[in-house]
Design a protein around this ligand. Structure first.
Ligand SMILES: Cc1cc2nc3c(=O)[nH]c(=O)nc-3n(C[C@H](O)[C@H](O)[C@H](O)COP(=O)(O)OP(=O)(O)OC[C@H]3O[C@@H](n4cnc5c(N)ncnc54)[C@H](O)[C@@H]3O)c2cc1C
Ligand SMILES: NC(=O)c1ccc[n+]([C@@H]2O[C@H](COP(=O)([O-])OP(=O)(O)OC[C@H]3O[C@@H](n4cnc5c(N)ncnc54)[C@H](O)[C@@H]3O)[C@@H](O)[C@H]2O)c1
Length: 481
């Protein structure tokens, strides 16, 4: 078996692994990137990019139809074949040549094959011909192997060959009837996309509401919009069994049987660590990696677990952020420098806990950062909630006739800084970064009054939220006087 040595060996060339390798090479170290499938990982080929490409045409049409004068120009229907063809351009026809080219240009050595740990700082890569290469890492092994779809243990569900998010984002045509199990990010986005592209969609959610990890207003607005789009939304529904009858899929639930042409399972993820040789370094296979804030695996100072595989936040931008922070820690430690684990140091992923943004690209969109009311309650932080109807903002009323939406801000009443902000409404995705700057920067409310939003933009929502907070504070001080 060939043997080779690098400063850093990265297992998994998804968005996280690519970025981590880039950071350490920029820091003067050598890096090998081991990838078993496509360089770029889920995000590029079966997740963020194709799913957003599927949704974008529908969103553009809805935006035009929401403006009198423009609406009259939209006389046709969405072209499904063209939408799918545009999606395929974003996945480059599931060909990773351009990303592999970027890796080479960045000075990273790409090894195609499956990587497995084989004791401390050692990775064995097996290529598709069964040829093995033994890699030794002088400084660190970064495990960036991501996650895959979890399938709930309903009797027969695995055997019916359900769609996972991979099939839902790469399908070549809209199924006639699509059953979606799971009303989280994937379930809500894919129900929105395929309903618009012609499928009759039924969405089954185990709990009482959609998007349960976000503010309740988000799940309520998305459920209402999905129903208006013809989706049969069924909260409080769990699948107990599944079977195929010819080409039909039949799901059994407490409320009776449901029939469809395809079933998408979107109930969350599980780590890709089952066949990674974790047992050779004393870790249990098949579990998420337990890491500290510098993404170092607890108990293994040479190993890092970065991106989906650590389950801190399963979002592309947070995996890339973790890659930057862990990469900086690896470079500093290789130089013998001190690595501070204090919150917001250059080597830790504090934003995972306090300032994670996300956008659910449903119609309406849900854009949020930081804590929700429920999370702030759980954390025991003293806070005040301010809520405002986005339709009352001049920029929003110009954006769409009859704009409806809501903004919710949580202010830490001891420190007078924002803890979290949620926007629900059309085209709110681009509002969230201002909120992210305010939350991550712990910008005092008094200073936010100086961040003047341009008129007439939707960002004027910030003034309304500040006024709401001021008025509530005034009321509370006059009632306690
Ligand atoms: C349908 C869908 C839509 C999404 N949309 C968004 C979105 O809009 N925005 C967002 O921020 N997030 C989104 N996400 C989440 C996002 O896709 C993930 O958070 C992100 O892909 C994680 O990146 P990663 O590099 O950690 O893992 P992955 O992308 O899973 O990459 C891991 C890589 O490791 C490789 N690998 C695994 N094991 C081995 C091994 N033993 N040897 C060699 N290679 C190996 C895999 O082949 C893969 O290429 C979405 C997810 C889904 C399912
Ligand atoms: N726009 C984005 O940023 C985006 C889009 C898609 C996915 N993602 C990421 O990928 C992750 C995975 O997405 P996901 O939707 O698979 O997971 P999720 O955790 O977001 O949602 C899964 C949902 O399935 C429900 N559920 C669980 N078991 C069930 C069962 N047996 N029957 C019915 N419902 C069940 C849960 O209550 C939950 O609401 C997300 O958490 C997110 O981090 C992000």
């Amino acid at each position: 078996m060939d043997t080779r040595e690098f400063d850093v060996v990265v297992i998994g060339g998804g968005s996280t692994g690519e970025n981590l390798a880039d950071v350490v090479v920029r820091g003067g170290l050598t890096a090998a990137l081991v990838e078993a499938e496509l360089v770029g990982g889920e995000c590029s080929y079966w997740a963020c990019m194709p799913s957003k490409a599927l949704l974008r045409g529908t969103e553009a049409l809805a935006a035009a139809r929401a403006v009198d004068g423009a609406r009259q120009a939209v006389t046709g229907e969405q072209d499904v074949a063209a939408t799918l063809a545009r999606r395929d351009t974003f996945t480059h026809g599931w060909d990773d040549a351009s990303q592999a080219g970027w890796v080479a240009g960045a000075g990273i050595e790409l090894l195609r094959g499956t990587g497995r740990l084989d004791g401390e700082r050692t990775v064995v890569v097996t290529d598709t011909d069964g040829q093995g290469t033994r890699l030794t890492a002088r400084h660190a092994v970064a495990v960036c192997t991501g996650s895959e779809a979890a399938v709930p243990p309903a009797d027969g569900l695995r055997e019916v060959g359900p769609w996972t998010p991979r099939e839902a984002t790469s399908a070549k045509e809209a199924p006639g009837r699509l059953l979606v199990v799971g009303g989280g990010y994937v379930g809500c986005e894919m129900a929105t996309a395929w309903a618009a592209l012609g499928s009759q969609v039924t969405l089954l959610q185990r709990g009482p509401r959609l998007l349960p990890d976000l503010e309740p207003e988000a799940g309520e607005a998305v459920a209402e919009a999905l129903r208006a789009a013809g989706v049969d939304v069924r909260p409080g529904t769990e699948v107990t069994a599944a079977r195929r009858e010819g080409t039909e899929v039949v799901l059994t639930t407490a409320g009776g049987e449901l029939r469809g042409d395809e079933v998408l399972v979107a109930v969350g993820r599980r780590p890709r660590t089952g066949d990674l040789g974790l047992d050779t370094v004393g870790l249990p296979p098949g579990e998420y990696l337990d890491v500290d804030d510098s993404l170092q695996v607890r108990g293994l100072p040479w190993a890092y677990g970065v991106g989906d595989v650590n389950n801190r936040r399963q979002l592309t931008h947070m995996g890339k952020y973790q890659a930057r922070q862990a990469g900086a820690a690896i470079v500093a430690r290789a130089r013998g420098e001190q690595v501070s684990l204090a919150d917001w140091s250059p080597f830790v992923a504090t934003a995972d806990r306090l300032a994670t943004p996300s956008v659910v690209f449903t119609a309406p969109q849900v854009a949020s950062v930081g804590l929700t009311r429920a999370a702030a309650e759980r954390a025991g932080v003293a806070h005040r909630v301010v809520q405002y109807d986005m339709g009352g903002v001049a920029g929003a009323s110009l954006h769409a006739d009859g704009y409806t939406g809501t903004a919710i801000a949580l202010v830490d009443t001891d420190r007078e800084v924002l803890l979290g902000v949620t926007f629900v409404g059309p085209a709110v995705a681009e509002l969230v970064h201002a909120a992210t700057v305010a939350v991550a920067g712990e910008v005092p409310i008094a200073r936010l009054w100086h961040a003047v939003p341009a008129y007439p933009t939707m960002s004027e929502i910030w003034l309304r939220l500040l006024e709401g907070y001021r008025d509530a504070a005034d009321r509370s001080s006059s009632s306690s006087a």
